[in-house]
Design a protein around this ligand. Structure first.
Ligand code: DGL
Length: 278
């Protein structure tokens, strides 16, 4: 199988589909391959070495399908694996390939969403403990104060489609309160996990007035658009006009049923065994 130079979009599971949806909307003509590593998700609590190993395996699988550009549509993978892949692997093994993440493009603009100069970042333990967001945001908006909250129960609630039930209320309120108690003047919350946009209706039930929720899909899509405009040598090689293809390391029937919640369209995926067997 060789898919004619598609853009690869990767996530540990379903969350990246929220970003993929925005990318396809903004850049509909390119060929795309989505890969969810559902068999080994969630990544949020895995140690650095495991997230790096799994992410690299998935990126190399996408390269093998003919993708020369891969987007890590996962904050956890972007926080824990992207830099090593960009600095240690690509120059040596794949000098003509590119891998981009979601943290830097978000950090470049997120300061524009706050007037109180205080932002809350909510994400997986992996993303929050890496401190990637405070470090990156400081480079672009040194005056902005960033407070963080890890939300380890949110991805399991979302992946099990329990996130909009009354049972989810406890953990939604708990993490919101823990975040707000750190900085009562924050006026912007970044949903720094690509799963979290599904939780927005529930978050709005408990969110105090005057606080804006920011999801990453449109930010990442717009940044990819700019990247391709600035790199015509990469853009020119990309294939066009084929329908998107979806792959999962998990069960394809389960993936298709749940993926449509994130992608808001029917999804027909193919299971790949290569990643499970390692
Ligand atoms: N969607 C991933 C992210 O953006 C995390 C999900 C997981 O824990 O695997 O961080």
């Amino acid at each position: 199988m060789n898919n004619s130079n598609a853009i690869g979009v990767f996530d540990s599971g379903y969350g990246g589909l929220t970003v993929f949806k925005s990318i396809i909307k903004e850049l509909p003509d390119y060929n795309y391959i989505y890969l969810g590593d559902n068999a080994r998700a969630p990544y949020g609590d895995h140690p650095y070495e495991i997230v790096y190993q799994y992410t690299l395996e998935c990126v190399e699988w996408l390269f093998a399908q003919g993708c020369s550009l891969v987007i890590l549509a996962c904050n956890t993978a972007s926080a824990k694996a992207l830099r090593s892949i960009q600095q240690k692997v690509l120059p040596v093994k794949y000098p003509n390939h590119r891998v981009l993440g979601v943290i830097r493009p978000t950090a470049e603009v997120i300061g524009n969403y706050t007037t109180s100069q205080t932002i809350g970042v909510m994400g997986t333990r992996g993303t929050i403990n890496s401190r990637s967001y405070p470090l990156e945001i400081e480079k672009f908006f040194p005056a902005v104060n960033v407070v963080q909250q890890s939300c380890p129960m949110w991805v399991p609630l979302i992946e099990n489609n329990e996130h909009l039930t009354p049972g989810a209320d406890h953990f939604v309120q708990k993490y919101l309160q823990e975040l707000l108690s750190q900085a009562p003047n924050l006026d912007c919350i970044l949903l720094a996990c690509t799963h979290y946009p599904l939780l927005v209706p529930k978050l709005l039930e408990f969110l105090p007035e005057g606080i804006q929720l920011v999801s990453q899909g449109e930010i990442v899509a717009s940044s990819l658009n700019t990247y391709l405009l600035n790199h015509p040598e990469i853009e020119a090689k990309l294939g066009r006009n084929e329908p998107p293809k979806f792959f999962t390391s998990g069960d394809a029937t389960v993936f298709n049923a749940r993926a449509s919640l994130f992608f808001e369209e029917n999804v027909a995926s193919t299971q790949i065994k290569a990643l499970q067997d390692r």
